[in-house]
Design a protein around this ligand. Structure first.
Ligand code: ADP
Ligand code: ASP
Ligand code: MG
Length: 443
């Protein structure tokens, strides 16, 4: 069985859906398990609808719903060649949009919001399954809401997922193509929920890990992971291979191409992840596996929206138990720390979840003088950064010669250096790193 995930752009138009239908048609008697995102732009529209409803503006919500419905009816017309399936998809869409409209008439809470956000994947997966059936494929849609569940910490419940998935496959044997929705799930209380934005990658990796497939294919709109963010830096290049840890660091620290934590299940299961380009299926893409290739820095990424917190206390820092007390405060407010730097008189940490910032600062003040810097950006550099290799970190730091660096973290793993700069300096930092680490190497 192959696991193949297609992102929003890959299924973004009727024509793209038809292209995907060809790509997922099994060759050599294999079976494909297909995970689909919502058509591009849909989740953003659903977020907008929810936002209007939170603001008690049903008219605003209806305007977006009507626009979305017109777009989908057009997609349905273009998708099908037979009147029978065109009608089937139209009927399904009409029910979907009636359902969406029903939210404009009831009380709106975060529960309803999650239900609304789930509809993008529900729509795309139904449309794709209808297309496959129309073209004579032996395909079946499995509902992700019956398979994927998170636990009380909002983490995927892997054992539950594996058990449900295997039971579903056993109950529905003999299909060539199994289709399911990415991103959507139920939470520990049985409510509809999701794996956060970009979460379809996570669904695919969980399914691939549960089924122990040969590899997990993530099909997107670019030829694999590039050595820098192509939206911000010109002339980036694909990286053909990454070690699991390198890819996990890149994803967590901002490479938008992968959901931040999707590599974990694949890594634990030892299942390689291959990134491929739907627009150019024969391009080699990137393979993420258990091999560490030595001798190079591979890529950089940036994560913004970071807050730096410094606690200074000449009195207490070296007293044993001080760092523990500081970390306990973050633990108490369920706020993860991304970077840590210590000196004899102070400790600096970074967080990206600001929801409990005021309380955290309040508590930290018991232990020292606290200062906070918002709008910071973590720059993550990955590759062979083992401390026994001489010179690699120097090359990375040379790039920073004209850019103020607020924190540096090196040595936490053998694969990463993290730098903290202001968001304003993000673009020029990424550019300088590309110039020093990748472009120069070619000269
Ligand atoms: P999908 O909808 O298929 O999940 P995403 O939009 O989530 O696709 O991710 C693909 C996009 O990620 C690319 O189009 C590219 O603009 C962006 N991106 C950011 N950083 C990188 C990187 N290092 N390598 C490749 N693409 C990246
Ligand atoms: N549709 C969701 C999003 O836009 C999930 C995904 O595409 O992976 O975030
Ligand atoms: Mg994505």
């Amino acid at each position: 069985m192959n696991v193949m995930k297609f992102g929003g752009t890959s299924v973004g138009t009727a024509q793209r859906m038809k292209d995907v239908a060809k790509l997922i048609t099994p060759r050599n008697g294999e079976q494909n398990f297909v995970v689909l995102s919502a058509m591009s732009g849909t989740t953003n529209s659903l977020v907008e609808i929810a936002d209007y409803l939170y603001k008690k503006n049903p008219e605003g919500a209806n305007t977006i719903i009507n626009k979305l419905e017109r777009k989908y009816l057009q997609h349905a017309d273009e998708l099908h060649t037979t009147e029978e399936y065109r009608e089937l998809t139209r009927k399904f869409l009409s029910e979907e949009f009636t359902y969406l409209r029903s939210f404009t008439k009831i009380m709106f809470t975060s529960f309803e919001e999650k239900v609304i956000l789930a509809q993008g994947e529900i729509i795309s997966s139904n449309m794709m399954t209808n297309l496959l059936l129309e073209t004579g494929q032996k395909a079946i849609l499995l509902n992700a809401l019956d398979i994927v569940r998170t636990d009380k910490n909002a983490e995927p419940d892997f054992n539950y997922i594996r058990e449900k998935l295997l039971a579903k496959l056993e109950a529905n044997p003999g299909y060539d193509i199994y289709v399911t929705q990415g991103y959507i799930c139920r939470n520990a209380y049985g409510e509809i929920d999701n794996l956060l934005r970009g979460g379809s990658d996570y669904t695919a990796c969980l399914i691939g890990a549960a089924l122990q497939t040969k590899e997990i294919q993530i099909w997107t709109d670019i030829d694999g992971i590039h050595n820098n963010d192509p939206r911000l830096v010109p002339h980036t290049e694909p990286v053909r291979q990454l070690y699991f840890e390198e890819a996990a660091e890149l994803a967590y620290f901002g490479a938008k191409i992968l959901h931040p934590t999707c590599i974990q299940p694949a890594k634990f299961a030892g299942v390689p992840v291959r990134l491929l380009n739907t627009m150019e299926p024969s391009a080699p893409g990137t393979i993420i596996n258990n091999e560490m290739q030595h001798g190079s820095i591979k890529a950089v990424a940036a994560k913004d929206g970071i807050t730096a917190i410094q606690i200074q206390s000449s009195r207490m820092l070296l007293a044993h138990g001080f760092l523990c007390k500081v970390f306990d405060i973050f633990e108490e407010y369920k706020t993860s720390i991304d970077m840590v730097c210590t000196s004899e008189v102070g400790v600096s940490v970074t967080i990206d979840n600001k929801s409990h910032l005021a309380d955290i600062i309040n508590e930290l003040k018991k232990y020292g003088t606290v200062s906070v810097e918002p709008n910071m950006c973590i720059i993550c550099i990955v590759g062979d950064l083992d401390s026994t290799n001489v010179g690699f970190e120097t090359r990375a730091m040379m790039a920073m010669k004209n850019i103020p660096v607020r924190m540096i973290s090196y040595g936490g793993s053998n694969y990463n250096i993290s730098l903290l700069v202001t968001e304003k300096d993000k673009q020029r930092t990424l550019q300088a790193l590309s110039d020093n680490l990748f472009n120069q190497a070619k000269d």
